[in-house]
Write a protein of this length. Structure first.
Length: 163
């Protein structure tokens, strides 16, 4: 695999929706409960400050994506937020690391000063280890902050990284 991260294009819509919806359906990482349709997905991905995809330059396959957008408004508008989704069949192959690393650079390019994650599920240990390896700082733990798909609650861990 020769993974490159590039700006999302309209041609990526179906792959992006499929990857995003799989994470939503798993119910263990994203707060969303409803799948994206072609119409809602187009609006969703195009309305972000930046959307990127991880593409295998050799095969053209899309293996993951991220969205980047303000975390808040006004006096806190310089803080951004992001979400990452990687195809389940390529997890562990450092696609997520390429996405997060690109997002850190892109966030700064877009004028943000801090990247903050509001709700990293405590049991998402692979993501947490990646974030910590890349220099993110955990702010604490919010007990029972995430309702899992099966209805039980897990802690969430906010993180931040100065850009």
């Amino acid at each position: 695999m020769n993974i490159t991260v590039r700006k999302y294009e309209e041609k990526d819509l179906n792959d992006a929706i499929a990857i995003w919806n799989r994470v939503v359906e798993d119910g263990v990482a994203f707060p969303q409960e409803d799948d994206l349709t072609k119409e809602t997905g187009r609006v969703f991905f195009e309305s972000q400050t930046y959307t990127a995809v991880a593409e295998d330059a050799d095969s053209g396959q899309i293996y993951g994506l991220y969205i980047l957008h303000p975390n808040n408004v006004g006096r806190c508008g310089h803080i951004c937020n992001a979400s990452y989704a990687v195809r389940s069949d390529v997890r562990g192959l450092h696609v997520g690391e390429k996405l997060v690393s690109d997002c850190l650079k892109k966030g700064k390019e877009c004028g943000f000063r801090v990247l903050q994650f509001n709700a990293v599920v405590a049991t998402n240990v692979h993501a947490r280890h990646l974030y910590e390896r890349l220099g993110f700082i955990q702010l604490g733990t919010i007990p029972g902050g995430f309702r899992m798909k099966d209805g039980h609650y897990e802690d969430i861990c906010p993180y931040y990284h100065v850009l």
